[in-house]
Design a protein around this ligand. Sequence first.
Ligand SMILES: [Fe+2]
Length: 259
Amino acid sequence: MTIPADPPLPLAPPELTGLIDLHCHLLPGIDDGCQTLTQTLVTITALRLAGFQGSVCTPHVVARLYPRNVPANIQRGVQWLERELAEREVSHQLWPGGEVRIARDTIAWLEEQGVPTLGTGRAVLIDWWGSDWPPFCDQVCQYLLDHHYQPVLAHPERMGLEAPRLLSLLDDLRARGVWLQGNLNSFAGGEGPEARDLAVSLLGSGRYQALASDTHGPDSVAGRRDGLRWIRQQFGDQVVLDMLRHGPRRILHWGEQVA
Ligand SMILES: [Fe+2]
């Protein structure tokens, strides 16, 4: 695979640059995202062309599947990738994070390994794929809130619950203080019509705090760019900036002053 050279001008219009990708799988070989440094570099090049100036590295944090993905290792991985980018004079800011799959033992795991917050703030990206919402999911959210962390639920539009129940659950979670992050790929239909309809509804009703690429490698960027383009056409530039420039920054710095 060859790494394309940067064209002289970015494809993103100047007013839509400076975007921050809050959720992506760039660190190579540690989950089902990018598998090699070359894939990571190609993906970053594509994201930069789409207007992103930085990415939060959020590998899957699933003890059963990826036991080495603990905060200390993720931070080391980000520092390593920063050095690789610097050697190649690639300007793309990175922050450590993680996508914490909710499980029965999540609270015990967080207490043992530490909380993989997004950047230097206290926001935590969590995800859940079940067809219901068992009590331990609520307990994880409440644990984070009680300990002054800000839970951010990744791609709720892709969760397995049926639509009416899912909407009710999301409103309940929001009322309790959980924030929502939608996926760009959902808007281009890449996750199916149901996810697309729900994503459009959640965005249109102001229920998302941010959107993100959730990119897993070079082949997955095109759908994200289609989604970005679609949102721009349907909702306008201000929504793009709110969801991909301002919202992610707010999340990255949330709670920095909390002891
Ligand atoms: Fe993800």
